[in-house]
Design a protein around this ligand. Structure first.
Ligand code: SAM
Length: 351
């Protein structure tokens, strides 16, 4: 974990100017119900768009994290403007409970997660996130042991197919995995363009045949690889299932998701945290069933961006914002609704 200590100019790592428009900004500020003196957490600081608006809108304290060191330059700008009110840590957001404990912050009033990739990550060819620009197969958001190169060149074929199916919802996953493995038998796959071409040549025709399907044939496979490389689902599950005791009554968890897999996980965890405690099990003593959930929904179950926002910022088009609020009910432990062990085994079995 690294606390910011450097000041750099506002450029992306390719040297060009960096622009980031925070998604669903008004909805986020409203959902967090900001109040002066309260403490908030931005777990996905990125270019600091949401963080800046939070600090601007209320005289609050903000603790922010991002796993990507390139966020430091944007965090330093906020440090200059907001001083002691703002602190920043290079860290995975699953470590937020540890960060709060270490900084003697027992409880906070709101947590924001704006999931996915920052514009500065996506737009930088060297990071290898995009099939639209050529670059090395990397896709690491921070320092993690596995890169996209490892996944594509070292995963066993059935495992690769499983990942592409589970994390990409690609219905032609087995075919894509087969062609990737045939190709790499003669030559390692080194670049985003190389991988994108293999996928396009394999399933491009299926996508052309589906009218209204405007996504590129490589979209789903790239998404799946990125999720595995960054352990993205495990991160969400771990944090959301360990936050309850760190929120004051009335404190809110606000999450913006960008695809159906992460949204389903957030939705299921929120359902679990908001439903009547323990009432689902017929083996529990009946008096427990009258306990309320430790969270409730303060507004609609989810919000989507206004048409006007989508017109101005096409990256917002798949966003969904979900929000729950801490009640005063007891916390129900044991949120083991997903087992990610399967994916850990797949990684251990790299060829
Ligand atoms: C969509 S961007 C956030 C943009 C930000 N809200 C803004 O307004 O500039 C997502 C950011 O979350 C970071 N991120 C994704 N998963 C993370 C994790 N598990 N822990 C910490 N940061 C993560 C990424 O590095 C990326 O910078």
């Amino acid at each position: 974990m690294l606390v910011i200590d450097v000041m750099m100019s506002r450029q992306n790592s390719t040297g060009g100017p960096y622009h980031h428009t925070p998604v669903m900004l008004n909805e986020v500020l409203e959902a967090l119900t900001l109040r002066g003196g309260n403490v908030y957490v931005d777990g996905t600081f990125g270019g600091g768009g949401h963080s800046r608006a939070i600090l601007e809108s209320s005289d609050c304290q903000l603790i922010a994290t991002d796993r990507d060191k390139n966020s430091i330059q944007y965090a330093e700008e906020l440090k200059v403007s907001y001083g002691e009110r703002f602190s920043f840590f290079i860290s995975k957001f699953s470590k937020i409970p540890d960060i709060l404990r270490d900084s003697s912050t027992s409880k906070v009033d709101g947590i924001l997660l704006d999931l996915g990739v920052s514009s500065f990550q996506l737009d930088d060819p060297k990071r290898g996130f995009s099939f639209q620009v050529d670059g090395p197969l990397d896709m690491r958001m921070g320092e993690n042991s596995l890169s996209a190169y490892d996944v594509v060149n070292k995963l066993k074929e059935p495992h690769l197919a499983e990942i592409i199916r589970d994390f990409g919802e690609e219905r032609h996953a087995r075919l894509v995995a087969k062609k990737i493995c045939e190709y790499r038998d003669s030559k390692k796959i080194e670049t985003t363009s190389e991988l994108s071409k293999i996928i396009e040549n394999t399933i491009g025709n299926f996508y052309k045949k589906q009218p209204g399907k405007s996504i590129h044939p490589a979209t789903r496979t790239f998404q799946a690889i990125r999720i595995l490389v960054n352990d993205e689902m495990q991160e969400i599950i771990y944090l959301l299932s360990n936050l309850t005791n760190y929120l004051n009554q009335g404190g809110r968890i606000v999450v913006i998701t960008f695809h159906s897999i992460e949204d389903r996980i957030v939705k299921n965890i929120f359902t679990h945290l908001t439903e009547n405690a323990i009432s689902k099990s017929r083996y529990e003593p009946s008096e427990k069933s009258i306990l309320d959930g430790s969270f409730n929904y303060p507004t609609k179950k989810f919000l989507i961006p206004q048409e006007s926002e989508i017109t101005l910022n096409s990256r917002s088009r798949s966003a969904k914002l979900r929000c729950i609020e801490r009640t005063d009910s007891l916390f129900r432990e044991n949120l083991d609704i997903y087992s990610m062990n399967k994916y850990e085994e797949i990684i251990r079995a790299l060829v």
